[in-house]
Design a protein around this ligand. Sequence first.
Ligand SMILES: Nc1nc2c(c(=O)[nH]1)N[C@H]1C(S)=C(S)[C@@H](COP(=O)(O)OP(=O)(O)OC[C@H]3O[C@@H](n4cnc5c(N)ncnc54)[C@H](O)[C@@H]3O)O[C@H]1N2
Ligand code: MOO
Length: 413
Amino acid sequence: MASHDCCSQPGLRPYHEAKADMLAHLAAVIEPDVVSLEQALNHILAEPVLSPLDVPSFANSAMDGYALRAADIPADTGLKLVGTSLAGHPYNGKVAAGECVRIMTGAAMPLGADTVVMQENCRSEHNVVYIKESVNPGQHVRHPAEDLAQGELVFEAGIRINARVLSVLSSLGMEQVSVYRPLKVALLSTGDELKAPGELLSPGDIYDSNRIGVQAMLTRLGVEVLDLGIIADDPAQIRRAFLKAAERVDAIITSGGVSVGDADYTKQILDEVGEIGFWKLAIKPGKPFAFGRIGRCAFFGLPGNPVSAAVTFHLLVRPALAKLAGERYQPPLTLQAKALSPFKKAPGRMDFQRGLAQVLDDGTLGVRPTGAQGSAVYSALAQANCLLHLEQDRGNVEAGELVTLELIDGHYL
Ligand SMILES: Nc1nc2c(c(=O)[nH]1)N[C@H]1C(S)=C(S)[C@@H](COP(=O)(O)OP(=O)(O)OC[C@H]3O[C@@H](n4cnc5c(N)ncnc54)[C@H](O)[C@@H]3O)O[C@H]1N2
Ligand code: MOO
């Protein structure tokens, strides 16, 4: 894993190259398990799902109205009402010429009928139904297997089970599903200045905000978190924490201590007890991000600056965890938007600035910065609904220029 010179900042590795390299060095740590649907949310599917039945399994009505034979239309003298088909209570007779059956949405189509007319387009008098509008043969009928046929592939292995997937699995009558066990990840913050919220701050102290934020993202990803708390800037304590964690988890995530300061020990200890894959990327925020391993355990060293920690988690750790978890990961969609005000940018690092995207009067997308773009200004990230992707070699963005962005609103970040 050689480092590369780039632009004004020698030794920094371009983002896309480093990410691809990292993913190539990670292998899935998957072990299959079987869980009930109630427990399956957020797990990764271990096997493809084939439909055990036709969906729907019987022809049924898409509307409340009347089931009839298209051949009887136009029925100028009306159709004789011979029965009712409710959802769960089919009409057991057959619809003969000149007849119709009252039918509700989801109810089985009676034998003989092939078409449904909405009740709003009918008039019923003394058990005779008059059709008020033209009818397309076969309308408002849901046919067997029109959604899924028995044996058809419904989901590929590797997808994340969300609410929609759960509903489909349940509609197939599945009580259990084969999944990969959740990843186990140890999380710790390093820094003598860090206090947990609720503690008293001494001069120079700050509250640890990275751990709770990263923990929240991990939880949203269905990861089992081993929270190792705050570790002092002390090589012996950091070494102990790394070695203990590496025996118990699939990955370690740290925050802080990856830069070049006198008390930045993370990278040094990683080098000592494990192996550094790469360190220092041509990205902003997040330049000193470190990737490596300790034994079989993957290691992600997030920079201490809060925006850098959150953004590098999203850009690098999120896809890496997907690889470890056996998840088919879809990178976020990017969109083009017009810069509504200038964005300052120096060539040399790919810059993921924090922005607020909005739909303009002409229907196109515009974006403005949410505030100061420093790596310590978390409020600008909290208020953002997008991250700009400003390419490494470009300079300032002028108002009116098109830029690339990814939406983060409603996402786990
Ligand atoms: N001479 C240089 N100095 C710095 C460089 C550099 O290349 N040369 N890089 C800068 C960049 S870029 C970043 S990003 C930071 C990253 O530094 P570290 O990862 O070593 O982080 P710390 O020094 O421990 O802390 C940085 C900053 O973040 C605060 N912090 C740390 N942990 C937390 C936490 N859990 N919650 C909230 N805030 C946290 C810490 O107090 C510092 O203010 O290095 C630059 N320096
Ligand atoms: O990479 Mo640092 O995040 O520029 O402040």
